[in-house]
Every structure is written in C-alpha cells, then in structure tokens.
Design a protein around this ligand. Structure first.
Ligand code: G6P
Ligand code: MG
Length: 213
C-alpha cells in the first residue's frame, strides 16, 4: 500500500492549456498601457495571483497607479481572459490529464485542485473535468503562492497529512508552495523547475504506479 493518498493539482499549465491565454490577456493589457511585455517576462507570472501579476507588469513599466485604477485594470484583464476561456472544450485539456485523473480515481486517491485562479471552477466545467475534483481550494480564502495555503487546504479537506500528498505544478511559485506545504513536488512542463522533486514534460509521461511506489 502506498503512503500517498491524495493528489493536488495546479490547473493552468498542468491540467489545462490555459497559461497561454493568461499570457495573451496580460499582453493585450500591457500593450494598451504601452508597457513592453514578452513571453519571457510572463514566466515570472505563472502561478501568481491576478493583482500581484498586474503589479509585476506595472513595475516592469515603472508605472505607479492608484489602487482603484489597479483594480479596474485587473478586471479588464480578467474580462479578456474570461472571453478567451468561454469557448474552450475538452480539447484544451493538456496531454494525459484525463487518463491520470481517471487512474487516480480508480486507485481511490483523493483529488483536489490548488489553483490560484478564481476562474478555475468555470474552466474545469468547460473542460468537462469538474466532477473529477472532490475539493477545489478557494483562492479568495487563502494566501497566494508561493505560500503553501492552497495546497494545505487540499490536505485538510481530505484529512491527510502532507506526507500523504503529492502536488503537481508548472510554475516556480507553485513548486515553492508545494514544498512549503510538505508535499512531494512534481514539476510539469518543458521549462526546468530545479526545485521540483521530479519533473515530467506532461502528465502523459507519468507512470502513476511508479510514482506511488
Ligand atoms: C494561475 C495562473 C496565473 C493567474 C492566476 C490567477 O495561477 O497561473 O497566470 O494570474 O491563476 O488567475 P485569475 O483567473 O484568478 O486571474
Ligand atoms: Mg500553473
């Protein structure tokens, strides 16, 4: 019997091919503001919550704005993003997501979502995988990554100790959050995540039986 009883997944860039849509929405906003913003700049925003992402972009542009203007711009970016995900289907699932979720359920593992995105429940519905998640940590109730809170909320919901949990993340801030939670940290994606315990290009490259052994 494996000591691992629960899995906690990030969403954007792990389950869903939506990290590019966050980038496109930020890029559109940055263009409107006249702030140069590249895909490379965007790497630092992965896993980072909405307001802190915007603050990062404003800092790149050396722009100081009042809080109400920052709120307005964050809502504007979110409008772009919500439009972008409104037509998504299961085609936007990343390779191996459905198979891994199915196999984990068959093995009786508890499955939670630890995404910083307030759009996560709507996106899971669009992708047709909402039912696979027994628990979705609410980013409104928790400190943003790299704090461990979203991951710890999953362990708490399942009444499991951190040592019984594995976390999956595509972003440095997320890997730090998993480590701080005391879970095993699995990196996903092509961008090297040196702080992950182990990394796979996609969920399709994971042998769950081997991971649990
Ligand atoms: C995830 C994404 C970030 C995004 C954050 C907040 O962590 O990786 O790019 O900024 O969620 O998403 P939201 O949908 O709430 O703006
Ligand atoms: Mg992510």
């Amino acid at each position: 019997m494996s000591a691992i009883k629960g899995l906690a997944f990030d969403l954007d860039g792990v389950i869903a091919d939506s990290a590019t849509l966050h980038f496109a929405a930020w890029k559109r906003l940055a263009d409107e503001l006249g702030i140069p913003f590249t895909a490379e700049d965007n790497e630092a925003l992965k896993g980072v919550d909405r307001i802190n992402s915007l603050r990062h972009i404003l800092k790149l542009g050396q722009r100081a704005l009042p809080d109400d203007e920052i709120e307005r711009l964050a809502a504007r970016k979110n409008g772009f993003y919500v439009d972008a995900i409104s037509t998504l289907t299961a085609d936007a699932l990343l390779p191996g997501a459905t198979a891994l979720l199915d196999e984990a359920a068959t093995r009786g593992l508890r499955i939670g979502l630890a995404s910083a995105s307030r759009n996560a429940p709507a996106l899971l519905e669009r992708l047709g995988v909402a039912e696979a998640f027994e628990f979705i940590a609410d980013p409104a109730d928790h400190l943003p990554k790299p704090a461990p809170d979203l991951f710890l909320a999953c362990a708490r919901a399942f009444d499991l100790p951190p040592q019984a949990m594995i976390g999956f993340e595509d972003a440095p801030a997320g890997i730090e959050a998993i480590r701080a939670a005391g879970f095993r940290a699995i990196g996903i994606g092509e961008t090297p995540l040196p702080r992950a315990d182990v990394q796979f290009a996609t969920l399709a490259d994971i042998d769950l039986a081997a991971l649990l052994a």
